[in-house]
Ligand binder design. Structure first.
Ligand code: PAF
Length: 288
């Protein structure tokens, strides 16, 4: 695996590869890699001939400075995992390399419309602007044919899909399924920050989402199902930013259906929550 820290070197390398006919797959990450990330690398290997992964903990997308400071960093292990998974290139830039203009310089504004005002957008002000800013820069450097991202961050996938349109990128977005631990907890870099007791209890998120999926499929009225699921989650000591049922319309618009029959597209149960006393905020979603 080739390792690049400077964008000019990576650009040059990829330019040559492109001229030789390589099809470039790109997996952007913030490191602390787990099997979920590796499944994106595997998927990229199926579709493309040169797989580029980036690891960059992007300061501009953290609305909570403590979350940024505590974000796990495991570079040595990440490099081992990426090599084992068959990634061809790792891009590992510094903050100065990605933000030569400085973090406080005026940033571009991306019009993500309503996508940015609900769920994660409502609870993490500025988060998606930061994601847009870094993904735009990374896409400009890597210019991938295909971009691989995980369904666990469903709203981020929709935002980045929108970004591709806004910036006229020809890259195709491939959304890959969420990988789960044996008890159902969605794999996440943040899971390592849970205490053993919190880790055991965290399965309540998966249970709440599964409850919603099963009961909506059985045809129970949505308000009734959601009230019961919210109570269930609260009784497991979770404080939720949201536990909602959404429908994705036209692949990019989030709506809140009042009944399953009126949903304008695929429905997802979505959650973001912290356990009482825990600083770790977990998110997850499940297609209904
Ligand atoms: O999902 C992530 O790890 C990050 O939000 C991303 C897409 C790499 C941008 O920093």
């Amino acid at each position: 695996m080739y390792l690049f820290k400077q964008q000019k070197d990576l650009r040059l390398f990829l330019e040559t590869a492109r001229q030789k006919g390589s099809k470039i797959g790109f997996v952007p990450t913030m490191g602390a890699l787990h099997q979920g990330h590796l499944s994106l690398i595997h998927e990229a290997r199926q579709h493309t001939s040169l797989v580029v992964c980036s690891i960059f903990v992007n300061p501009t997308q953290f609305n909570d400075p403590a979350d940024f400071e505590k974000y796990p960093v495991t570079i040595e292990k990440d490099i081992e995992l990426l090599t084992g998974a068959g990634a061809d290139v790792l891009f590992l830039p510094s903050v100065a390399e990605m933000y030569p203009e400085g973090l406080d310089a005026p940033a571009p504004h991306y019009d993500f419309g309503e996508l940015e005002t609900v769920l994660e957008g409502a609870h993490r002000p500025g988060h998606f602007q930061g994601v847009g800013r870094i993904v735009h820069k990374l896409l400009d450097i890597v210019q991938p044919d295909q971009l691989f991202m995980g369904q666990k961050d469903l709203q981020q996938c929709l935002v980045v899909k929108h970004l591709l349109k806004l910036i006229g990128s020809p890259a195709e977005m491939i959304i890959c399924p969420t990988l789960r631990e044996p008890d159902g907890l969605a794999m996440s870099s943040r899971n390592v920050r849970l205490s053993p007791a919190e880790r055991t209890n965290a399965v309540a998120l998966f249970k709440a989402l599964s409850y919603i999926r099963d009961n909506v499929r059985e045809g129970k009225p949505l308000p009734e199902v959601m009230t019961a699921a919210r109570l269930q989650l609260a009784s497991s000591k979770f404080e939720a930013d949201y536990l909602d049922l959404i429908a994705v319309k036209d692949g990019n618009t989030i709506t809140y259906p009042s009944s399953a029959a009126s949903a304008p597209g695929p429905m997802y149960a979505v959650v973001a929550a912290k356990m009482q006393g825990s600083p770790v905020r977990l998110i997850d979603n499940m297609q209904v």
